[in-house]
Ligand binder design. Sequence first.
Ligand code: PLP
Length: 373
Amino acid sequence: MTRQSHIDSLPTDPASGWVLAHVLRMDGYVPGEQPRDGRYVKLNTNENPYPPSPRALEAMRAAIDERLRLYPDPLATPLREAAAERHGVGPEWVLAGNGSDDLLTILVRTFAAAGDAIIYPMPSYILYRTLAEIQGARPVEVPYQSDWSLDAARFATEAAATGARLAFLANPNSPSGTALKPDAVADLARRLDIPLVVDEAYADFAEADCMALVAELPNVLVTRSFSKGYGLAGLRVGYLVAHPDLVANLTKVKDSYNLDRLATVGAAAALADTAYREQTRARIVATRARLTAALRRLGYQVPDSQANFVWCTGGPPATAVYEALKARGILVRLMRYAGHPPGLRISVGTDAEIDTLLAALGEIVAVAGGSTS
Ligand SMILES: *Cc1c(COP(=O)(O)O)cnc(C)c1O
């Protein structure tokens, strides 16, 4: 066989020849912009505006040596033990992930086969849809009610009707920042006979969380992230808490070494630094209250947020406002959901960043109001 005849047999468009049909059809998840230069006031991806715990940085510096030659602990044991202690469970209830997104992937691969349904409320974290699509599973989206409460009976009926194998609930939710109370989540879990993943990426900013439900209800699994509450988005660490039988099976599905050595020690040290976490949380919660009030004075509708961002609708056309802010060096997240007008999701930055945002937004809204009246 000559080389030429081999080349002739290759498709001219390699992707359409080889990539699985369901992947070809996908749009893929589009993360918020991460500009490479630091000239933007960056309020678009809910990073913590404050640096990570100095103890976490110190622990990681101390781990940068010849031991990097060796593979890390497959279960990130120091982190697993620190998380278990924090939540009053045994380490066998905890699984660490390379960001909580890694855990969401593991959950989908463990519970849903191609063709199965995965159910979650909408508008919410778009990655749930992407993960379902990658798996060849069917996304089933149940709308939130207009006050961001969830009709649990309807959700359970849809889950049963579609034969869903897995449910996601971002709580606090993105983009709304609202949260269902633990009682409402427990009620939802009791109506379902499938795993309910409570994605608590923003629980560090909320008044309540659902961690206590895990021991009570075997179908509740809770995920946490170091990206928002701990200011460690760049490190990529999260963990989940679930019944040990579930954790044992999820462990089979994960990558062997899903956390690196530095991430394991850094996250464990950050978790132990409770005082630092409380301090940054208090600052963000105070700035959030000020931002919410100011946006409402500008005419925006802003639900009370339990997260480190706020959701703004009802002002001048959101796309134009997003562009005008970007032109002034301020990045916020423009969100579009089918059936909803576009809105702006604004991360709670430092007080100085929020002052800059509010000054710019005040001018943009005044001009937009003047031009339409
Ligand atoms: C940011 C976010 C995540 C991802 O967190 P990582 O730990 O950075 O992977 C998961 N869920 C929701 C709802 C988020 O907003």
